[in-house]
Design a protein around this ligand. Sequence first.
Ligand SMILES: [Fe+2]
Ligand SMILES: [Fe+2]
Length: 265
Amino acid sequence: MPRLRTSAEWIIYFRANNAAWEHIPWERGAEISLDAVLPLLRSLQAWQLGETSEARRLKAAARRHAEATGDLDFITAMDLFILEEQRHGESIGRWLDAVGAERIRRDWGDSLFRLFRHARPDIEVWTTVVVVIEVLAVVYYSSVRRAIPSPLLKAVCGQILRDEIPHLEFQSERLARIYRGRSAWRMRLTSAIQHALFAGITLVVWMAHRRMFVAGGHSFATYWRQASQQMRLARLRMRTETTRRATTQRELKAEPPSRLEGWLH
Ligand SMILES: [Fe+2]
Ligand SMILES: [Fe+2]
């Protein structure tokens, strides 16, 4: 199990990744008609809206956390992370433009999330929710790749998937830092809350995006299984150094491949 990376290391990673973004063949156009994607359009439009958020409240929570812990580089690392998410939103938006669909400004899922943001969650709650959403994003974008036969969209989703796996690591490692020194019973409580959040969000996302998951070849059972498997990996990464023993290595090895290759076909 690799050690936790510092915020400075994450800044280097995000800058390098930004420079290495794959060429997206925009000149090809969507190569699919609007009619052909109509049944799946609403899902993609809603997801795109979610990715474009300015994330002012998340940034504010990151700043409070950075100042409280003295890890000021975390502010920049979080800014770069958010930029990458916005780039995902922009790329999906450009694809919607190419196919002739509009970019929406309102959606019930987004409004629900807005309510959550207004509750001023602290960085731990934020990060936990973001981890669950990242887990589901991986399942979602790999479904989009299978559901919509547009080479351009496949290229966009491929790049997004390449970014999302490190995102999961970035957020999970932050939780590992936050959990440092937490007593065993508090960790059990934390883990119970995390399971409940995962179950709740995973259900809501299934209800909102069922069509896309089904078109991507999923049943509820396979969707749940993939999301749970990815969440389990994220949980292994949330362990603090003291609990990152050899067993963790074995557990990671025992997990079926969840790396990128698995998501890209
Ligand atoms: Fe994203
Ligand atoms: Fe992400």
